[in-house]
Design a protein around this ligand. Sequence first.
Ligand code: SAH
Ligand code: SF4
Length: 371
Amino acid sequence: MTVNLLGLGSRQLEGFCAEMGEKPYRARQLLRWIHHAGVDDFEMMTDVSKALRERLKECATIAAPKVLRDTAAADGTRKWLLDVGTGNAIEAVFIPETSRGTLCISSQAGCALACPFCSTGRQGFNRNLAVEEIIGQLWYANRCLGRGPVTERPISNVVMMGMGEPLANFDNVVAAIELMLDDSAYGLSRRRVTLSTSGLVPAIDRLREACPVALAVSLHAPDDKLRDQLVPINRKYPIKDLLAACLRYIEKAPRDFVTFEYVMLAGVNDSVMQARQLARLLKPVPCKINLIPFNPFPNSGYTCSDPETIGRFRDVLMQAGYITTVRKTRGEDIAAACGQLAGQVQDKTRRRQRRAHDSSVSAVPLTEAAQ
Ligand code: SAH
Ligand code: SF4
């Protein structure tokens, strides 16, 4: 059986090397070649002996998910559609800005938490991504964007805001984050890796102990009644418990604040009264607020608040003393904005699979559906 080395952290690579009768320092060499240099060919590992390279070729591989589509938007946003098997596709999106380059990555194929305004939530849950599939998005994007010396890496920040709920795939997500932070791999600082969660309270506590990074929390409503609808996991972990977990998290976090995300849904959560309610609610928690204009998708049943309403909402929060930003929508022409990820492909695949099933012929593979 071949081992995919892309998903192994430093300790596991040490174990792998020990099994092969190799010294522990080999693990660090492998880590550097794979993640720092972005190499997938053992022949290129010039400081590894020829004999070991031959053995590695026999028992190991370095493989990221296959790219089905690579699209560039007019504003420089780049989107990769990646095949994770059995008709599932995920997406990674690179967003260049003047002072940083952010890669948005996925943690699950689909999502079980069923927030009604989210196209991933509407697709349902398919499966957790493996470590190599999560880190593979960063590995691949770095290779794709980073022509030239490693020091010119364009990805300075990673946000786990793609498909899926990262804290519902806890172990694999933490293992992938550890690789992001490892100096021999990507060497990102904890402040530059952000995990976005819909609010799995016990897992927020676990993350604080295991691997604290910057935290974004999808709040989206100023009271439990509305949040129960918009973020159904709120019925299990209501706002009071969530805010208490945020306070506990900040004690150990690399940043001394939490970012609250708030999607702007016309006539649902965007009134001045709701802005005031939100300002009162968040008083005890050091935080910033990020308002996200809703990205529409077919049959969502929601529309985005108009710019004036978003402006008024922001002004109320700013006057109450909150640093409040309105997220710029990026990559709209390639459907790379939040909540649009891979939805179209999944929908198309499902439709075609249904059609294929109805007429008793085999399902159309995703690769074709994605063309
Ligand atoms: N599951 C995690 C992370 C992925 S979603 C979470 O919910 O936080 C990343 C962000 O995009 C979340 O704040 C989510 O609520 C938001 N989002 C989802 N669908 C959206 C849409 N259609 N328009 C705007 N934001 C959306
Ligand atoms: Fe899942 Fe996040 Fe979408 Fe909710 S918003 S369904 S938690 S991916």
